[in-house]
Design a protein around this ligand. Structure first.
Ligand SMILES: *Cc1c(COP(=O)(O)O)cnc(C)c1O
Length: 238
């Protein structure tokens, strides 16, 4: 067993145990494996193990790893490279939208009206509906990306009118702290906003995803309702 395999096994065990503890079905919790800190060897391991939902937070890096995967799995009969689905999880500049959109299955980091308009325009040119998550700054840290909680509903209302965007849920990042109470408060806030948007029918039936939880805080995220975990260093670090 490779180190990568061992770590994924342990991660899945923890996810399962956490779900059992809070009465959730582990099938409701999807894993996006964040490759930004990974050696390509380890990325290959992950794909060979059947994990194909991958995430990157920089456009250039996403394109680079996608090209490496293409090259490596060229001619592979099981067509592994075709199954890889990319999630853009990091801050996205408007001038990079057109480059990255054809590569990714979901953008987690939509946080301004202007970015929404740009993605909508690019989606129209490519003739598809881009799946997006609204990134919220649930911890209200001033230096952080994400729309403030108080402005999220208004922005969501604007996004749902755009024909080439599909608003599929919310994303948030907890503050960098060891204080689990602060982390949990951030996740609770995101979940409450998520429920409010659904309850008030601001969003459609495709609004199902709550992307939160990273290597250091995924257990709290699961307990507070995450449907997508974004995990990197727990699998790749060291
Ligand atoms: C790097 C990153 C992650 C993964 O973080 P780890 O702590 O390595 O698991 C998740 N989400 C975003 C937005 C990131 O940039």
């Amino acid at each position: 067993m490779t180190k990568t395999e061992e770590r994924i096994k342990q991660l899945n065990k923890n996810i399962k145990e956490t779900c059992a503890r809070c009465g959730r079905d582990p099938a409701e919790v999807k894993l996006v494996i964040v490759t930004k800190s990974a050696q390509f060897e380890a990325v290959k391991d992950v794909i060979n193990l059947g994990y194909t939902e991958l995430g990157e937070n920089h456009v250039q890096q996403l394109k680079k790893v996608a090209a490496q995967i293409d090259e490596y799995f060229e001619g592979d009969e099981s067509n592994k490279k075709k199954k890889v689905r990319w999630h853009m999880i990091g801050h996205l500049q408007r001038n990079k939208v057109r480059q990255v959109l054809p590569f990714c299955c979901m953008i987690h980091s939509l946080d301004t009206l202007r970015l929404a308009e740009e993605i909508n325009t690019a989606g129209a040119k490519l003739n598809f509906q881009a799946k997006v998550l609204l990134q919220i700054n649930a911890s209200e840290e001033p230096q952080k990306y994400g729309v403030p909680v108080g402005a999220a509903i208004h922005l969501a209302e604007q996004i749902v009118t755009m024909p080439n965007l599909k608003l599929c849920g919310l994303m948030t990042m907890a503050p960098l702290t060891r204080d689990k109470k602060i982390i949990r408060r951030c996740f609770v806030r995101a979940r409450e906003l998520f429920e409010e948007m659904k309850g008030e029918k601001i969003v459609g039936p495709e609004f199902t995803e709550l992307s939160m939880g990273m290597s250091g805080d995924y257990e709290e995220a699961i307990e507070e309702g995450a449907t997508i975990l974004r995990i990197g260093s727990a699998i790749f670090a060291g």
